[in-house]
Ligand binder design. Structure first.
Ligand code: ATP
Length: 333
């Protein structure tokens, strides 16, 4: 390598690309080694942060507030399906978004961009950053992909720019970007109240497999909340879910799943009901739509049955994943 550089056959740029590639491969080998190790990795000036998806074990809407937000009560937990965010310092002060996914906005509409801008403005940071987003989480799916990218950017830039901010401060900042960002800053399992930004940590739910199936439609969260009629809705039993989690009671968790937005999304997109029915038919222990949908998830307590549900669904749905619950906050770190 050095000889090739001396002969000017290889330039600095090629060396850097080669090193980044090796760093990438090394990172992937380490990831496969331990699927839940989520330490940020720094290689050759680039800091990598994982941005995991979340599912809602419960989602309740209590009332509409005078400020037009809905007062919610949700139990969320992170799963082992994650975007990968690479953060590279820039000396020109700009924020750039780089992603191969054509549905990811590459400007100020991107939540990761907004996270970087917010930190720059709040703490007078002159340095810029290139934000590389490798999408694994389906977009507009009810899995909080954009919010998690923003949260990972906040955590990563806190390290890169040596700001020394606590997770509580990052979560408070995150709430300015979107209601799910605060939860994503902490990860793990939590009860979220207010408009979703008040976070109370819960213990990890009993370990199980999660099959995720996303029909080929994107759902607008605003449309779903807009279609919600609060009169006569069946509220999930949030307290019972918390007890089931605390008692490590898998059957109790399955019995307490509930999401008031399901009926609205089912009416707008009937194909989501079909996916839910198929998942039940193929043997998931309990099935629910996540967030405002359209992703439906099934809980399964053995790997063999999870594979059966996965294989059954592959015939009906293009995007199907089998993942594990990440459970606790430190699984994300
Ligand atoms: P939630 O569960 O929080 O309601 P979601 O999973 O339904 O979110 P996202 O994947 O976050 O939805 O995408 C919603 C919209 O956000 C997309 O239409 C996209 O244009 C925009 N967006 C902004 N930043 C991102 C990002 N980093 N990744 C994906 N989408 C983003």
């Amino acid at each position: 390598m050095v000889w090739l550089m001396k002969k000017k056959i290889l330039g600095q740029k090629t060396l850097r690309t080669f090193c980044t590639f090796i760093g990438d491969v090394y990172g992937k080998i380490k990831d496969n080694d331990s699927r839940i190790k989520r330490q940020p990795k720094e290689d050759f000036g680039m800091l990598y942060v994982k941005a995991p998806a979340k599912i809602n074990l419960t989602l309740d809407v209590l009332y509409k507030r005078p400020d037009q937000y809905h007062e919610v009560e949700m139990i969320m937990t992170t799963v082992d399906l994650a975007d990968r965010i690479g953060l590279e310092p820039r000396q020109d002060g700009q924020i750039k978004i780089i992603s191969a996914d054509r549905f990811v906005p590459d400007d100020a509409r991107n939540f990761a961009y907004q996270a970087a801008q917010l930190l720059k403005d709040t703490y007078n940071i002159e340095e810029g950053v290139s934000i590389y987003i490798e999408k694994e989480i389906p977009i507009a799916a009810g899995l909080a992909g954009g919010s998690s990218d923003a949260a990972a950017t906040l955590r990563g830039l806190n390290d890169l720019w040596k700001l020394g901010l606590s997770l509580d401060t990052l979560a408070e900042l995150g709430a300015k970007i979107g209601s799910d960002v605060s939860f994503c800053v902490y990860g793990g399992t939590a009860l979220a109240t207010g408009r979703g930004e008040k976070i109370q940590e819960l213990s990890a739910p009993p370990t199980c497999w999660v099959v995720l199936a996303k029909p080929k439609i994107g759902v607008s969260t605003a449309d779903v909340y807009g279609g919600l009629k609060l009169d006569g809705i069946e509220h999930p039993n949030t307290k019972q879910m918390i007890e089931a989690i605390e008692n490590e009671d898998y059957e109790g968790v399955c019995a307490s799943l509930g999401n008031v937005l399901e009926t609205v999304t089912f009416t707008l997109h009937p194909e989501v009901i079909t996916i839910k029915e198929q998942m039940q038919r193929f043997g998931a222990d309990a099935v629910l739509m996540s967030g405002s949908g359209p992703t439906v998830f099934g809980l399964v307590d053995t790997e063999t049955r999870a594979s059966r549900v996965y294989n059954g669904l592959r015939g009906f749905c293009e995007e199907v994943y089998v993942v594990r619950l990440l459970g606790e906050r430190n699984a994300l770190a």
